[in-house]
Design a protein around this ligand. Structure first.
Ligand SMILES: C[S@@+](CC[C@H](N)C(=O)[O-])C[C@H]1O[C@@H](n2cnc3c(N)ncnc32)[C@H](O)[C@@H]1O
Length: 279
């Protein structure tokens, strides 16, 4: 499958950020469980977006015959090799420094691990990478994660912080005084076995819980790693995204509202098209 420039995104991670992934114990234990339940002795595994290499090393320790760790940034390559060697699996881990949405894997794989998750699949190229790497998977291969869901609700968002009015366009944190003012609905489901689309363009309906001004939407997400095992907001990762509306909307309690949301996977929350109107 060819990959053109529109299928790639560019996110630069720092050592600080990937160490947050490693030390987000709740998140990383979920991935360990999913990998240990999936990888069988003799499997070939791809770990796309390896960072520290922790997920690839879990796969090697679970018995994989070989693990290909794909990492975009040269500065992380030594880190991954070192981790594999320190844990006695250096001979079964190969690090390929490349863009995982444009790389060649030397042999067919049984398992694809890819942790390029971000709430709503903004910013990170999970979908682009999985679309590209599918050509190197055996037909019965397992994908971790297998599915991604994104949820939206209307928000009365706090704009006065520290006594200062902050005109955010978007933020990856929920403040104590942010108040959800509608129910939460799922607006997108990505089946990673068959990721046909590179964008979401959805219209969903919600009901107002309060008569209040809605100035933002709250996006939350979760990914199903293996059947029944989900990762969602953890200590440092998969943060909710608050995206402000260009024009606030006055809600009436009990009234239904139509929410339109559109964006390309891997793009910035600021570029999302958003509209809220009475249904
Ligand atoms: C969220 S971190 C995950 C690290 C690790 N897999 C983990 O779970 O702890 C994402 C990593 O993917 C790398 N990355 C981002 N885009 C990539 C791409 N297109 N190809 C390969 N690696 C990429 C980043 O440099 C970063 O190290």
């Amino acid at each position: 499958m060819s990959t053109d420039k529109t299928e790639q995104t560019e996110v630069v991670f720092t050592p600080y950020e990937i160490s947050l992934c490693l030390h987000d114990v709740h998140r990383t234990r979920l991935w360990k469980e999913a990998i240990e339940d999936t990888v069988k002795a003799g499997d070939v595994v791809i770990d796309a977006g390896s960072g520290t290499g922790i997920l690839g090393v879990f796969a090697a320790l679970a018995g994989a015959r070989h693990v290909y760790c794909i990492e975009l940034h040269p500065r992380f390559v030594k880190l991954i090799e070192h981790l594999a060697e320190r844990n006695g699996v250096g001979d079964r881990v190969t690090v390929i420094q490349a863009d995982a949405s444009n790389v060649t894997i030397p042999e067919p794989a049984d398992v694809l691990i890819c942790e390029l998750l971000c709430t709503g699949q903004f910013f990170e190229p999970q979908v682009q990478v999985v679309r590209h790497l599918r050509q190197f998977l055996r037909p019965e291969a397992t994908l971790i994660p297998r599915r991604i869901e994104s949820f939206i609700r209307l928000l009365d968002a706090q704009e006065m912080i520290y006594g200062v009015r902050i005109d955010c366009d978007s933020r990856s944190v929920v403040m104590d005084d942010d108040e959800p003012i509608s129910n939460r609905v799922c607006y997108d489901q990505i089946d990673l076995h068959n990721p046909n689309l590179l964008k979401v363009d959805a219209v969903v309906e919600v009901t107002a819980r309060k008569s209040r001004q809605c100035d933002a939407v709250l996006i939350e997400g979760r990914a199903e790693l293996i059947e029944g095992l989900f990762t969602e907001t953890t200590r440092f990762l998969y943060n909710p995204e608050v995206i402000f509306l260009k024009e606030p909307v006055e809600l009436t309690k009990g009234q239904r509202y139509r929410v339109h949301i559109g964006y390309g996977y891997g793009t910035d929350t600021l570029d999302a098209a958003l509209k809220v109107e009475p249904a």
